[in-house]
Ligand binder design. Structure first.
Ligand SMILES: [Zn+2]
Length: 325
C-alpha cells in the first residue's frame, strides 16, 4: 500500500513539474485583460466591450508563442540584477543608450520587457491611426501581457524561479497559485479609470524598479514560511483536469499572501490600471480616432487560421524555447 502511495506521489510530482506555465498564469492574464476593458472611456469601450472575450482569451498568446519563436522569451522579463544593485542606475533607460553600453546581445540575454512594451505601444498606436480592427485587437491583447509581466517581481530577477536558492516553483506560486486561490473570493477590483501616460518608457521603468525592489521580500518570506511549515503542510494534492497535481497548500498560500501584506493583489490591480492606461495612451496619441465603424468588424480567415495554428502548436509542443519559468 505504501509503495502504491509512493508511486502516486512521484507521478503527481512529475505532473506538477511538466504542467505548462504562463507568466501571471492563464487565470491572471485573462483577469487583468478583462478588467482593464472596464477602465476605458466610452469612446473606446464601444469597441472593447463587444470584443472582451477576444481580449481575455488572447491574453496569454505571447506565452504560447514562446514555443515557436526564440526571440519571444526575453520580451517577458528583465534580469535587472545582472547589471548591479537597486536602483540600477548603471542601466541606461533608453534602448539606444543601453545597446551602446552593453550591446544588443547582452540586453536580449537578460531580457527586454520595458523596451518591448514601447515597441508594442508604437504598433498599437499605428493600428489606431489606420483604424485596423484586427491589429488593434491583437496588439491590445498582447501589449497587456508584457505590461502585466513587468509588474511581477520575479520577472525582474535572474533567480526567477527560486532556482538559485532552493525555492523552485516560487514563480508560479506568486503569480498563479496565490491569485487563483484568492482573487475571486477576496480581492477588490474597483480601480478607477485609465489615465494618459506622458512618459511611457519612464512609466515602465518605474514599474520594473518596484518589481525589482520587491524580489527579495518575495524570496525571503517564502523561505521564512517554509521553515515554519512541515513539507506535509506546505504542499497538498489536488485533482485538476483529471490529473493529480502537487501544489502549495491553501494554508501555506494564505499565510504567504498575508505575510506579503496584499502585494500580489496590489500588483494585479496596478497591472489592470497600467494596461488600460497604455491602451488609452495609444488611442490618444493616434488622435482619438472614432472607433464606431469598427464595432461590426470581424477577424479575417487569415487571422482565424493564425490563432488556430498558435493554439495547436501550443497544445502539441509543451516546451518553451529558452528559459523555463
Ligand atoms: Zn509572459
Amino acid at each position: 500500500m505504501k509503495e502504491i502511495l509512493k508511486t502516486i506521489l512521484l507521478i503527481s510530482f512529475l505532473v506538477m513539474i511538466y504542467l505548462p506555465s504562463f507568466c501571471w498564469g492563464f487565470f491572471g492574464h485573462a483577469k487583468i485583460n478583462n478588467y482593464a476593458c472596464f477602465l476605458l472611456p466610452p469612446e473606446m469601450m464601444i469597441l472593447y466591450k463587444p470584443n472582451i472575450n477576444f481580449i481575455t482569451e488572447h491574453s496569454a498568446d505571447p506565452d504560447k508563442r514562446r514555443n515557436l519563436v526564440k526571440e519571444e522569451g526575453p520580451r517577458h522579463y528583465i534580469d535587472i540584477d545582472r547589471y548591479g544593485k537597486y536602483p540600477y542606475t548603471e542601466v541606461p533607460r533608453k534602448w539606444k543608450d543601453a545597446v551602446a553600453k552593453f550591446t544588443e546581445d547582452t540586453l536580449i540575454m537578460h531580457g527586454i520587457v520595458p523596451w518591448h512594451i514601447q515597441v508594442m505601444l508604437g504598433r498599437l498606436t499605428v493600428a489606431f491611426k489606420e483604424k485596423n480592427f484586427s491589429k488593434i485587437m491583437k496588439n491590445s491583447a498582447e501589449i497587456a501581457h508584457y505590461i502585466a509581466d513587468s509588474h511581477v517581481p520575479l520577472h525582474t530577477s535572474s533567480n526567477h524561479n527560486g532556482q538559485l536558492t532552493n525555492q523552485k516553483g516560487i514563480h508560479g506560486f506568486w503569480e498563479s497559485r496565490v491569485p487563483e486561490l484568492l482573487a475571486n473570493k477576496e480581492w477588490d477590483f474597483i480601480i478607477g479609470k485609465a489615465e494618459y501616460i506622458k512618459e511611457p518608457l519612464q512609466y515602465c521603468w518605474d514599474r520594473v524598479l518596484e518589481s525589482a525592489k520587491a524580489t527579495d521580500t518575495v524570496l525571503n518570506f517564502e523561505k521564512e514560511l517554509t521553515n515554519q511549515f512541515s513539507a506535509d503542510n506546505k504542499y497538498s494534492f489536488e485533482l485538476r483536469n483529471g490529473k493529480t497535481i502537487r501544489q502549495y497548500s491553501s494554508a501555506f498560500t494564505i499565510a504567504f499572501d498575508k505575510k506579503l501584506n496584499g502585494m500580489v493583489e496590489k500588483r494585479m490591480r496596478l497591472s489592470i490600471k497600467s494596461v488600460a492606461s497604455f491602451w488609452y495612451t495609444a488611442w490618444v496619441n493616434a488622435g482619438q480616432p472614432n472607433l464606431q465603424s469598427l464595432v461590426s468588424q470581424k477577424f479575417s480567415e487569415a487571422d482565424t487560421k493564425e490563432f488556430e495554428e498558435l493554439n495547436s502548436n501550443w497544445n502539441n509542443t509543451n516546451k518553451m524555447i529558452g528559459r523555463e519559468e
